[in-house]
Write a protein that binds this ligand. Sequence first.
Ligand code: PGA
Length: 257
Amino acid sequence: MRKKILAANWKMNLTHSEAESYLQSFLTEIGDVNDVEVVIIPPFTAIPALASASEKIQALRIGAQNMHWEKSGAFTGEISATMLRALYVKYVVLGHSERRTLFGETDEIVNRKVRAALDAGLRPIFCVGETLRERDNNQVEQVLERQVRSGLEGVSQKDFNEIVMAYEPCWAIGTGRTATPAQAEQAHAFIRSVLSELADGATADRVRIQYGGSVKPDNAEELMRQKNIDGALVGGASLDPRNFAQIIRCAEAALAP
Ligand code: PGA
């Protein structure tokens, strides 16, 4: 069985001291977590503050929102996978639609980053998703297939075990508009079928696929009950520790028949 993975993508929010207070409220709210994995993905500046505290709950991991594909060098303003690893970072978000649309990241760049992350021992949370126009033009599968295949080019079958996928339809990010559980499930099943062509059925079955796009406490449980939805990548709602804790509870509730 795939262990569900719930991640809080803070984006460009919270200073390191705000992150410390967040963590305190979150830990009080959540108590302990056993059945799901929890990842907090703060801005780079708050990583050290969270990393030292993350030992308090076993299921808590720290993620980063981006990285450069080179190990070091003259790349002003960039951060490498090695630097993240040194701060006990386990996951890194790659291919997020904000990076693709606002910062011009292409499939090729995303692929370089995915391979560099794996080489350094980081686990990519590799995001894919269509725009509204692509959905209206019935291009969802075509877009997802292209993003998945190019993002994972050159990745060994063994490394598939280290990857978490995230299906994030662009039109649902930060808009309050969520994909219906059926729409999301259909996209997730399709992504898994592409993975099985790239690797094999058993490997594809082990890959966790998160859903992202306006996940909130009141829609999380139904989404988490879908067969191919293995967690959530939560943006806006994760900025409130109580909401994020509630979403985690929803994911745990979805484990019950
Ligand atoms: P949202 O963002 O939950 O605010 O829609 C999700 C994401 O971008 O990862």
